[in-house]
Design a protein around this ligand. Structure first.
Ligand SMILES: C=C(O[C@@H]1C=C(C(=O)O)C=C[C@H]1O)C(=O)O
Ligand SMILES: [Mg+2]
Length: 463
């Protein structure tokens, strides 16, 4: 049931048609309602019948979920300055939109969800044809679940030639389906094939990178590899998200559907979050497996904390994030040493970063300055990205790029799209990388990436 406190939808739509006629251009209308508590995965599953462009975000550390359906308006930029360009288009959209919002909650109203590719200079598009270098979408319908409450935002791009009654009928029927439609049983299909892509060639590339590092060409580079899977039938988005949500604590769950394909993952790595002007970023690099019991687990964690090779991987990240954040923030706080961050299959070295954005700077400015951090690219930044482009066999596409959301109230968050898979009908490509430094051992790095595949692999048909 909708608890409407704003003008009747009929009035809103008729007014928007008048506006569109006067302006000679479409009018974006945004309406926010509090609704009865609604399960986000059921919402996404029912949305399947409405539009094949769905978006999902679950925060790693607060009760906050966004589930979006369809596209009311879309921002795309392939430009070198794509973060700034997105910001300026976003500001323009906000200025022109008519927003009916008496609730004013974070993540409601005008919200854009989506992501950015890892490297705009990558010319090879396959298998990422459906994912442009940047795509942020204002969904037609957005469910926001925050703490115990649910909100529904409806965004309509109204055209001069539209008929009010037709639009209203469509919205009512879509809302009925999204909130009350029957939820079909969704199961994961059987996995019929698993192929590791050139593991030996990959180990040779790690060996070569350690030599190039010793020769002073660069200091650190993250190299990724791929596993390809086949299934007995199409893999359904809602089933994957449900499984990831049940198994991956301390992780962001994200999914972006585009042109029939979708990119989904459970990543522990925040790039940047802004609540008003308060910034939180994360340094996450350095990896060990989990122990089979508490004692072994503690021991592995302690060894990780003291291991010089893992500390070096981690310290490059802290150093770069510190410099980037200090350039646009005040009151930057970064602890002197990392702690251990536990996940279901492995543990990482973790250093939190908090700061206050200086006036005039935004989340997208910070994302543009940070991406890619040495946790995904390397050190120095440009050299390592060039190195990846010319040495890595796979095409990263959106893997290791920023995925996330922002609203019109100065809130938003981006995570780094690792522990992820590109799913195309009954096939999937999984990606995992590791930080290569001078003392990296190819076999150990191979094992480390093996553990990083586990969260997605276990959801997609067991180890
Ligand atoms: C690149 C990935 O992970 C990154 C590499 C890590 C490492 O090498 O220790 C740890 C966390 C991530 O920053 C990945 O999971 O694909
Ligand atoms: Mg590592």
């Amino acid at each position: 049931m909708l608890h409407t406190k704003i003008p009747q939808i009929d009035e809103i739509v008729e007014e928007a048609i008048n506006q569109a006629t006067l302006q000679g251009e479409p009018q974006l209308v945004c309406i926010v309602n509090q609704i009865d508590r609604t399960d986000s995965i059921a919402f996404l599953d029912r949305a399947n019948k409405i539009d094949k462009h769905r978006m999902f975000w679950r925060s790693a550390d607060e009760a906050f979920v966004l589930a979006g359906v369809g596209s009311a308006q879309r921002i795309q930029s392939a430009d070198q300055h794509r973060f700034n360009e997105v910001e300026s288009v976003w500001n323009d959209i906000q200025e022109k939109a008519k927003v009916y919002d008496s609730i004013n909650e974070k993540g409601t109203g005008l919200v854009a969800l989506g992501g950015f590719s890892f490297d705009t200079q990558q010319v090879n598009r396959s298998p990422w044809e459906a994912f442009p270098d940047n795509q942020m979408t204002i969904p037609m319908y957005l469910l926001t679940n925050k703490d115990e409450k649910s909100y529904l935002t409806t965004n309509i791009l109204v055209l001069e030639e539209d008929h009010a009654q037709q639009i209203i009928h469509q919205i009512k029927s879509d809302q009925q389906q999204l909130l009350n439609g029957i939820r079909e049983e969704v199961n994961l299909p059987h996995r019929s094939n698993t192929e590791e892509i050139s593991p030996d060639k990959w180990k040779v590339s790690v060996e070569k990178a350690t030599e190039d590092i010793k020769n002073g060409e660069l200091e650190k580079v993250v190299l990724a590899r791929e596993i390809r899977l086949k299934f007995s039938r199409e893999v359904e988005l809602a089933a994957v998200i449900e499984n990831l949500s049940n198994t991956q604590d301390n992780s962001y769950i994200f999914a972006i559907e585009s042109g029939g394909d979708y990119f989904v993952g459970a990543t522990p790595e925040r790039l940047a979050r802004v609540d008003n002007q308060e910034l939180v970023s994360t340094c996450l690099a350095g990896t060990a497996p989990r122990g089979r019991n508490d004692e072994e687990d503690q021991k592995l964690g302690q060894t990780l904390l003291q291991d010089p090779k893992n500390r070096q991987e981690h310290d490059f990240v802290v150093q770069m994030i510190r410099e980037a954040v200090e350039a646009c923030c005040l009151d930057v706080e970064i602890p002197k040493s990392p702690v251990v961050y536990p996940l279901s299959n492995l543990q990482h070295l973790y250093t939190p970063v908090t700061a206050t954005l200086e006036q005039g700077y935004t989340l997208l400015d910070v994302v543009g300055r940070l991406h890619p951090t040495p946790a995904l690219g390397g050190m120095p930044q440009k050299k390592s990205v060039d190195y990846i482009r010319s040495h890595e066999v796979l095409n990263r596409g959106w893997y290791a790029g920023p995925v996330g959301w922002f609203d019109g109230k100065n809130n938003g968050e981006f995570a780094v799209a690792i522990r992820s898979a590109l799913i195309q009908k009954n096939e999937a490509s999984l990606f995992a990388g590791c930080g290569v430094v001078e003392d990296s051992d190819p076999e150990a790095e191979y094992q480390e990436t093996g553990v990083k595949f586990k969260p997605m692999l276990s959801v997609l048909g067991g180890y």
